[in-house]
Design a binder for this molecule. Structure first.
Ligand SMILES: [Zn+2]
Ligand SMILES: [Zn+2]
Length: 93
C-alpha cells in the first residue's frame, strides 16, 4: 500500500468506504453506510491508521438507532468518528 501525502488506509472500513452495522442480527438485512471515520473516502490522516474500531459502537459511530423510533446519537466514546486511539480501545467500554 502506497501512502500518499500523510494519508493511510482507514482502519474502520479497511479502505472500502463503507461499513456494515456491527449490531446487525442474523435475521436482519445487511445495513451499510458511508464510513464515519474517513467520510467515505477510505483514507484517514496517517496518525489515525493505528487507531482501533470504537469498542462502544463497533465502528458505527452512532448509538440508539437500533429501534426505528429511537433517536440517533453520536457515540459518546468516539464522538461519532467510529475509531479511537489504541489507548482508549484498551480500556474497553
Ligand atoms: Zn473508513
Ligand atoms: Zn463509538
Amino acid at each position: 500500500m502506497t501512502s500518499a501525502s500523510g494519508m493511510a488506509t482507514c482502519p474502520n472500513c479497511d479502505g472500502n468506504n463503507e461499513i456494515t452495522d456491527p449490531r446487525m442480527n442474523p435475521t436482519s438485512a445487511v445495513v451499510t453506510k458511508a464510513c464515519p471515520s474517513c467520510d467515505g473516502s477510505g483514507r484517514v490522516a496517517e496518525p489515525r491508521a493505528g487507531w482501533s474500531k470504537c469498542p462502544a459502537c463497533g465502528g458505527w459511530g452512532t448509538l440508539g438507532d437500533n429501534e426505528p423510533d429511537e433517536p440517533t446519537v453520536d457515540c459518546v466514546k468516539c464522538h461519532g468518528a467510529g475509531i479511537v486511539p489504541p489507548a482508549e480501545a484498551r480500556q474497553a467500554a
